[in-house]
Design a protein around this ligand. Structure first.
Ligand code: SF4
Length: 408
C-alpha cells in the first residue's frame, strides 16, 4: 500500500513569504511556536528562540504588547536564526512599531483590533514593507456583534470574522495573508477550518488554542491538527501547550514527521509495549534511549524490544534495534542480528551503531560483523526463553480452555 495515499491531497493555497520561509502553495508545512519571555528581555528571548529553532520551529512569534517589546524586537530580529512574527492584540500602533523593528510578519486578532481605519493603516504599511499578516481569529475573543448574530462562537461566526478582516485588507489591496480560526474545542476548530478552507485559498495556520498542559494538551492539539492535515488542510501549525515552548516545537515537528509531511530529522524510536516475556525494563531502556538520542540529529528508526523471541522479527523494518535476552542485549540491523552486548551497555551500543550507520550506511554495518555468530547467539537465548516460558508466555491457551469449560 502506498501509505501517502492515506492523506488527502493538500488543498492548493497561495504562497506567502515570512522572511525566508515560504508558507502555503507547495512549500513544506512549517512549525511555529511562541516565546514566553518578556520580549524586552532581548538575551532571554533570543536564547528561547534558538532553543525553539533547534527543537524544530521554522518560525517564532514574540508578543509585542508595549514599546519596550518593540524596542526589544529591533535587537532580536537581526540576531534570530528564524523569521520573527510580532503578536499584536489591542494596540494597532504596536503593529506599526513592530514593523519598524523589522519583524518578518504580524499576527492580528480581529476580535481585539476592531476599527477599520486602524486595520487598514496596518495593512497599508505591511503592504509597503512586503510583510505578511496572519488574521488570528480566536473563538474566545470574537467581535461581540458576531456572538450576538450566531448566539455563540460557532464555526460560521469564526469564518465570518476572518472574512470581515480579509475584506478590509482587500480594500487596500493587501494579499499576503494567512488565517487561523482557533478554538480550545477540537470539534469546533476542525469544523471552522473545514468551512474556512472552502471559502478561501489563503494559507491556513492550524492550532487548538489553550490546549493546556501535556499530555492532555498534546492529545487535543494532535487530534485537531492531525485530523485537518490528513484532510489536506493546513500550511503551518502551532501546538499551544501550557509547557516549555520547546515541547511545542518538538511536538509540531514530530507530528509532521510522523505523517510523512516533513523529512525525518531525528531518531524515530519505536519500542514494544512489553509483556510477560520481557527480559528487561523496556520502559526504562526506551526512556534512556530517548534521552541519549534527543540532541543527536540521526534520522533512523530505532527499536527497543523486550525480548529476543519476537523483538527482531516484530521490528524487522527498523534500521537498528536491540532486543533483550538472558541478561544481555541482541543488536539487530534491518532484522538481522549483528552483535551481543552486556545489558548495561545496550543504550551506549545503540548510539554507537546508529552513528556508524548514519556515517557509513546499513550495508557497511552488516559487513563489519560475523552475522552467523550473532544469529547463533540470539537463537541460543531465544531457544532458552521458549524452553522456560513456552510459546504461550501469557498462558492464554490454558485460560481459553478454562473459559470454555465455565461457559459450556
Ligand atoms: S513478546 Fe517480546 S517484543 Fe513482543 S511485547 Fe513481549 S517482550 Fe516485547
Amino acid at each position: 500500500m502506498d501509505v501517502s495515499s492515506a492523506l488527502v491531497a493538500r488543498k492548493p493555497t497561495r504562497q506567502i513569504s515570512v522572511g525566508n520561509v515560504k508558507v502555503g502553495g507547495d512549500a513544506p508545512i512549517t512549525v511555529q511556536s511562541m516565546t514566553i519571555t518578556k520580549t524586552a528581555d532581548v538575551e532571554g528571548t533570543l536564547q528561547q528562540i534558538y532553543a525553539l529553532a533547534a527543537a524544530g520551529a521554522d518560525i517564532v512569534r514574540c508578543t509585542c504588547n508595549e514599546t519596550e517589546a518593540a524596542e526589544g524586537l529591533a535587537q532580536i530580529v537581526p540576531r534570530s536564526p528564524v523569521p520573527i512574527i510580532a503578536d499584536i492584540h489591542h494596540q494597532y500602533k504596536m503593529a506599526l512599531a513592530a514593523m519598524e523593528a523589522g519583524v518578518h510578519g504580524l499576527r492580528l486578532n480581529p476580535g481585539n483590533i476592531r476599527r477599520p481605519e486602524h486595520i487598514k493603516a496596518v495593512a497599508a504599511e505591511a503592504k509597503d514593507r512586503g510583510i505578511p499578516i496572519r488574521i488570528g481569529v480566536n473563538a474566545g475573543s470574537l467581535d461581540p456583534s458576531l456572538y450576538e448574530k450566531y448566539g455563540s462562537a460557532t464555526p460560521e461566526a469564526m469564518v465570518e470574522s476572518a472574512q470581515q478582516e480579509i475584506a478590509y485588507f482587500d480594500e487596500v489591496g493587501f494579499e499576503a495573508i494567512k488565517i487561523s480560526v482557533k478554538a480550545s474545542s477540537v470539534p469546533l476548530m476542525v469544523e471552522a477550518y473545514r468551512q474556512l478552507s472552502e471559502v478561501t485559498d489563503h494559507p491556513l495556520h492550524l492550532g487548538v488554542t489553550e490546549a493546556g498542559p501535556p499530555p492532555a494538551g498534546l492529545i487535543k492539539a494532535t487530534a485537531g491538527i492531525a485530523t485537518l492535515l490528513m484532510e489536506g488542510i493546513g500550511d503551518t501549525i502551532r501546538y499551544s501547550l501550557t509547557a516549555d515552548p520547546v515541547e511545542e516545537a518538538r511536538a509540531g515537528r514530530q507530528l509532521l514527521e510522523a505523517l510523512g509531511l516533513r523529512e525525518r530529522k531525528n531518531v524515530d524510536l519505536i519500542a514494544c509495549p512489553s509483556c510477560g516475556r520481557a527480559e528487561v525494563d523496556v520502559i526504562e531502556v526506551a526512556n534512556r534511549a530517548m534521552e541519549a538520542f534527543a540532541d543527536r540529529e540521526i534520522p533512523l528508526q530505532i527499536a527497543v524490544m523486550g525480548c529476543v523471541v519476537n523483538g527482531p522479527g516484530e521490528a524487522r523494518d527498523a534500521d537498528l534495534g536491540i532486543a533483550a535476552g538472558n541478561k544481555r542485549g541482541h543488536l539487530f540491523v534491518k532484522g538481522q542480528n549483528v552483535a551481543v552486548v552486556p545489558e548495561d551497555e545496550m543504550v551506549d551500543q545503540l548510539v554507537e551503531w546508529a552513528e556508524f550507520i548514519q556515517e557509513h550506511g546499513v550495508e557497511a554495518a552488516l559487513a563489519r560483523v560475523d552475522l552467523v555468530k550473532a544469529a547463533r547467539e540470539a537463537e541460543k537465548d531465544r531457544a532458552r526463553l521458549l524452553d522456560e516460558q513456552g510459546a504461550d508466555v501469557n498462558h492464554s491457551g490454558e485460560k481459553i480452555v478454562e473459559i470454555r469449560k465455565t461457559t459450556r
